[in-house]
Design a protein around this ligand. Structure first.
Ligand SMILES: *Cc1c(COP(=O)(O)O)cnc(C)c1O
Length: 467
């Protein structure tokens, strides 16, 4: 028998000779039409790639004939994929509201409009309209968080990790920062308090124990090298039981006595009391400022429901120093982020929290989700081979906030006569647009809490393509 790679076999030679030349292919009507849509370069690249893989398949003996029609289709698919965006909208049917892998908080309509306006033209980003001279971009954020939180000063950087880094670098480089052992946290990815601290040039002084740290522990660790008492909100876990930590007012008092600063990383960006919205144990930044914390940092795209950003608010003097750090320039945000943030915060100021998608999704009750789930289950069940039922389950906030706090929801559990739940999950994921769902105990689970109502039809249609 011939080896499969033997190109001297007559049929292999025949097949290779049947491969059309690139130029001949490019002059075909379908590819000319494709070129009109995606451009010459992508069509040529796709053609070369498809022909190359065709040659390899012929040489390996896994192809018995060359069809011109098939070739054109392959090139079309290849070029269209290459011409498409890499960053694509997906349908989030996981029920995880601030899903970090899926881009955290979806923006409010108002934020999108303001962002589009700022993006499309010129703006007074760094221009003082009253004086007709150069201004500062933090004028916008100062005004915003002054209004929202009564902060003396506010700065916005790329994300909260950057905010913590910048603050520590400014306030404690080469000096000591005291942190409780119960707050040496890691947030998904690579944000770890000890590592950020080390990179900032600050020396970490751990005090207390994992579950109990007292004000006296901080006091005993203060030396002439100490600059900052750091408090970190343990976002994604809770220590319960025999626990203790000093109140913020105690820390502030201790810091004043020793002429130190108190800095707090509150993490999730809860800026108002969200307990009526079902959020517990997330300290609002307003409380920290009221207690006298000098610098408070939080994320823009977690509970705040805005764009990715790190927000620093607090007293004028330390924030002025942070502003003057050359690293601020490296970490600052662009006009698009400022616009989206401004419009999001303005919804808080107007008391229109329901217009912020993440908060709206959070507040949905099981009673509100059930009829939507039932409607989808009915449509899916009508398809041959499918069985879809509604059952009770839980959604979560995600984004490392409110751990262990479940939001009661209604799930659509789908099974199929021949396809496994994993196969269904994959087929939905490869749908255009991709639909991201969960698999649990051999069923595909869809949670409509995080699905916009106008996407429900898209999900039903995706099931119609599965046979
Ligand atoms: C999420 C979080 C961070 C990181 O914030 P990013 O905006 O994702 O950089 C830092 N600290 C705490 C306490 C957090 O919860």
């Amino acid at each position: 028998m011939n080896s499969p790679r033997d190109s001297s076999r007559p049929e292999v030679g025949n097949l290779l000779r049947q491969i059309p030349a690139v130029d001949e292919l490019l002059s075909r009507e379908m590819l000319l039409e494709l070129e009109g849509r995606v451009g010459h370069r992508l069509v040529v690249e796709a053609t070369r790639k498809v022909l190359q893989s065709l040659r390899e398949r012929i040489l390996s003996g896994s192809l018995a004939s060359v069809s011109g029609e098939w070739l054109e289709k392959e090139i079309l698919g290849e070029a269209e994929t290459a011409a498409g965006f890499s960053l694509q909208p997906v349908v989030n049917a996981t029920g995880v509201i601030l899903h970090t892998n899926l881009g955290r908080a979806p923006l409010a309509r108002e934020a999108l409009d303001h962002l589009a306006q700022a993006a499309a033209g010129y703006s007074n980003l760094e221009y003082d309209l009253e004086r007709g001279e150069r201004g500062k971009r933090d004028a916008h954020t100062d005004r915003l968080f002054g209004q929202l939180l009564g902060a003396e000063r506010a700065l916005v950087v790329n994300n909260n990790a950057a905010a913590v880094f910048l603050a520590l670098n400014t306030l404690a480089e080469g000096s000591e920062v005291i942190v409780s052992r119960g707050e040496l946290i890691e947030i998904g990815g690579s944000f770890r308090i000890p590592d950020v601290c080390a990179k900032s040039g600050a020396l970490l002084r751990e005090v207390g124990t994992t579950n109990r740290t007292r004000s006296s522990d901080y006091a005993a660790a203060i030396t002439e090298r100490t600059r900052v008492l750091l408090r970190v909100h343990p976002s994604n876990f809770r220590i319960v039981g025999f626990t203790e930590r000093p109140g913020l007012d105690e820390l502030v008092e201790l810091a004043r006595k020793h002429r130190l600063l108190v800095m707090e990383d509150v993490g999730s960006g809860c800026v108002v009391d969200l307990s009526p919205w079902g959020v517990r144990d997330e300290p609002p930044a307003t409380l920290s400022l009221k207690a006298g914390v000098d610098v408070v940092t939080f994320s823009g795209d977690k509970l705040l429901g805005g764009p990715q950003a790190g927000i620093l608010v607090g007293k004028r003097e330390p924030l002025e120093r942070i502003r003057k750090n050359p690293l601020f320039r490296a970490l600052r945000v662009d006009k698009l982020t400022i616009a989206a943030l401004e419009a999001t915060v303005s919804l808080y100021l107007r008391g229109q929290l329901g217009s912020i998608p993440a908060l709206r999704m959070m507040r949905l009750s099981r009673v509100e989700i059930t009829p939507r789930a039932a409607r989808l289950a009915e449509r899916v069940s009508a398809r041959p081979g499918f069985c879809a039922v509604v059952h009770e389950g839980d959604s979560v906030m995600g984004g490392g906030s409110t751990p262990g706090q479940a939001l009661p929801t209604a799930l659509v559990a789908v099974t199929h006569a021949r396809h496994s739940a994993q196969e269904l999950e994959q087929m939905l994921r490869c749908h255009k647009p991709p639909i991201i769902a969960r698999v649990e105990e051999n069923a595909l689970l869809l949670d409509l809490r995080t699905v916009f109502e106008d996407q429900e039809d898209e999900i039903a249609r995706a099931f119609e393509t599965i046979s």
